[in-house]
Design a protein around this ligand. Structure first.
Ligand code: ADP
Ligand code: TYD
Length: 205
């Protein structure tokens, strides 16, 4: 069985982590080996970089430095976790991947889209087979994200305007690559969202 690489994208609080977990459980129930992973992180080295990039003051890093850190984390994650799993035929489900860099470092936190694309071509060069964009109203996503406990708040201090810009950016990416993206309405009970995701995933697998 060939490995498959699936990613979840969307603004903070859209429900990506919840949906990634539900899809992993459902596909395991269908007898597939599933590797559920996330970015930034997903390998020991990349999880260390995650702490550097998500904790601390909002102005801790320049956008350029941040882009390099996210890309370093992604490269390690690909080498150590994603490629080995795909090579043995597993389904890799990744909570955020390169589309998040296109949006956050390329469009909302920075204006580095060309640099993001060049660095991706140089250092990553891989795309998911299928990407679920969990789409939700920016205010609703922000309310969910800020209600959630935790200390990884560096980016969630950024406010509604940037969430709205990120949502529009994700929808534009999806429109530009319709073969790879499935846009899923996220403002519904998690089980209803998960049913749509599973149907699309099974069709692709
Ligand atoms: P993300 O990974 O996109 O930031 P999460 O899956 O962590 O989103 O969900 C953010 C918060 O919203 C969590 O507290 C989660 O329990 C809650 N949540 C997730 N999906 C739904 C849903 N469909 N309806 C209501 N709340 C949800
Ligand atoms: P994540 O833990 O997925 O946050 P959430 O569950 O709230 O969606 O990601 C943390 C933050 O990292 C999020 O605000 C988006 C940001 N991010 C980037 O800016 N660039 C990237 O390449 C990635 C993967 C994430």
């Amino acid at each position: 069985m060939a490995g498959r690489f699936l990613s979840f994208e969307g603004i903070d609080g859209s429900g990506k982590s919840t949906q990634a977990r539900l899809l992993a459980e459902a596909l395991q129930g269908h007898g597939r080996e599933v590797v559920l992973t996330r970015e930034p992180g997903g390998s020991p080295g990349a999880e260390e970089i995650r702490r550097l990039v998500l904790e601390g003051a909002t102005d801790r890093w320049s956008t350029e430095t941040e882009l390099l850190l996210f890309t370093a984390a992604r490269r390690d994650h690909l080498e150590k976790t994603i490629r080995p799993a795909l090579a043995r035929g597993a389904v890799v489900i990744c909570d955020r991947f390169a589309d998040s860099t296109r949006i956050y470092q390329g469009l909302t936190r920075g204006d580095l889209r060309q640099t993001v694309d060049s660095l991706h071509a140089l250092m990553i060069g891989a795309e998911p087979d299928l990407t679920f964009l969990i789409d939700i109203d920016a205010a609703e996503g922000l309310a969910r994200a800020t209600a959630r406990p935790g200390k990884e708040l560096r980016f969630e201090g950024m406010g509604l305007g940037l969430q709205e810009k990120a949502r529009a950016g994700f929808l534009a990416l999806a429109a530009a690559s319709p073969a790879r993206f499935r846009v899923i309405a996220g403002a519904r009970p998690a089980e209803a969202v998960a049913a749509d995701v599973l149907q699309q995933a099974l069709a692709r697998l």
